[in-house]
Design a protein around this ligand. Structure first.
Ligand SMILES: CSC[C@H]1O[C@@H](n2cnc3c(O)ncnc32)[C@H](O)[C@@H]1O
Ligand SMILES: [Zn+2]
Length: 443
């Protein structure tokens, strides 16, 4: 009999690798933060003794969900500006609000609110792009979640820096803080082709190469972005990024709703990632990412919520369902984005995008124990012919009961362990009072 830190008996285990497989009545043995074995319940009983044992006979256990694109602290702006297209939404509402309120406190309180919501929805890792990543990093550390922090890059001055050189310098400093952290990584994050000019864009790509980290950027989000770029640069944004050395296996291209077949091939040849954010794209009427075409071409497609000001939640189970349904609706093909593919996009493909597929993204022996348990016993999920189908098409995030990151339990029977919900509610209320006043003055 082998003693392990944690032994989880589950009704179903969906490992994601191999795609589409569902194990019934299986157990997961965890030690030192890692998955030691995944085996039938009866075998686990005779082989392992858990120092802590969880009996989750009515639950499905999956790898932690990876939100491959968000702006965590923007959660304080949830519902702040609705029913506007991207450019107007950003320039007349969101950026003025960010200019007015951006501070270390805004980032800390907003990021804490976002992490609490993500953990309660089964997210164990997120790819963030926001101001003051070192402040977000402190909160990520406190919460015990896994994250990749964007080292943002812009042409214009913000609280982060005054010049592109200063953004890059700050980026180096933040990278140095986290380079040996067990849960936190960094990525270069030029905001978008239309906010970063050629020289800093190229320098950002070189910095990503020298630090061996991803490049996280909004790209081809709307038709207007592509049309304007053609007027300004006589080039489509993706062609410009390719010329500047940004298109590579490091590229995490967010949105990509406007892609020609040649551009899809370019992304495939360079083994780039596209992050599909279907709900944000629908709310801002940005367009549809050709997900099935990208998958067929061999492009790694991950899933993200975007910020709550354009979603308006950080619900990755919901995003999976939207991705699977929307792909069928726009392609007129019910086989587009199967339930298994949607789950792979929300887990393993996110890990690949962030260069952490050896560590997380699927339930494989030796990987980190980043796990989510979801209760399937209630009548809304009965009967159960196929637990994987239910996960994508039926389950809602309030059925997430338990979450572990690197073997540490962060959600227990829906109670957050590392974060204080009362404190988060109080701070959020204080921010709401100030921001609501500002919104009234804007009208
Ligand atoms: C430089 S920090 C990130 C920056 O991005 C803004 N933002 C949020 N959502 C979107 C989007 O869908 N497209 C482009 N930019 C977006 C956010 O407000 C921050 O200013
Ligand atoms: Zn975004």
């Amino acid at each position: 009999m082998q003693s392990v830190d944690t032994l989880i008996y589950a009704g179903w285990v969906i490992p994601v690798e191999p795609e589409g497989v569902v194990y019934e009545q299986y157990a997961i043995a965890i030690d030192d933060g890692k998955i030691v074995e995944i085996l039938p319940n009866e075998e686990a009983t005779s082989r392992y003794l858990g120092r802590v044992t969880h009996r989750l006979a009515t639950h499905v256990v999956i790898p932690g969900l990876i939100n491959a694109h968000t702006h965590a602290a923007m959660t304080l702006l949830r519902g702040f500006a609705d029913d506007l297209p991207l450019h107007e939404w950003l320039t007349t509402r969101i950026w003025p609000a960010e200019r007015a309120f951006m501070s270390p406190e805004f980032v800390a309180d907003g990021t804490r609110l976002a992490i609490a919501e993500m953990l309660r929805g089964g997210v164990t890792c997120f790819n963030d792009m926001y101001f003051l990543p070192e402040v977000a990093g402190d909160v990520v550390n406190e919460a015990g979640i896994r994250a990749t922090l964007g080292l943002i890059l812009l042409d214009f001055p913000t609280i982060q820096a005054q010049t592109p050189d200063e953004y890059l310098q700050k980026g180096h400093e933040v990278h140095a803080i986290y380079k040996n952290h067990h849960l936190i990584r960094t990525a270069i994050a030029p905001h978008a082709p239309y906010t970063v000019s050629d020289t800093p864009m190229q320098q950002g790509a070189e910095m990503a190469d020298s630090l061996n980290i991803p490049i996280h950027i909004h790209v081809h989000e709307t038709k207007d972005e592509v049309d304007q770029a053609f007027i300004n640069h006589k080039e489509r944004p993706l062609a410009r990024l390719a010329r500047l050395g940004v298109v590579s296996s490091r590229l995490v291209a967010v949105h990509a709703t406007q892609l020609t077949d040649e551009e899809i091939n370019l992304l495939a040849e360079h083994q780039a990632t596209v992050v599909h954010c279907p709900e944000s794209n629908m709310k801002l009427a940005s367009g549809f990412c050709p997900v099935q075409k990208l998958l067929n071409a061999g492009v790694n497609v991950a899933l993200g919520t975007d910020g709550t000001a354009s979603n308006d939640d950080l619900d990755m189970l919901g995003e999976m369902r939207t991705a699977a349904l929307l792909a069928k609706a726009v392609s007129h093909d019910a086989r587009s984005v199967s339930a298994a593919q949607a789950l792979t996009m929300a887990t393993l493909n996110g890990a690949k995008a962030l260069g952490i597929e050896e560590i997380t993204g699927s339930l494989v022996v030796g990987k980190s124990a980043d796990l989510v348990a979801i209760n399937m016993s209630e009548l809304e999920t009965q009967p159960i012919y196929n637990a994987l189908s239910h996960l994508v098409y039926t389950v809602s995030r309030d059925k997430v009961t338990d979450v572990w990151v690197a073997g540490r339990q962060l959600l227990k029977s829906r109670v957050l362990i590392s974060l204080n919900v009362h404190d988060i509610q109080v701070k959020t209320h204080e921010w709401h009072e100030k921001i609501a006043l500002f919104a009234q003055q804007m009208e």
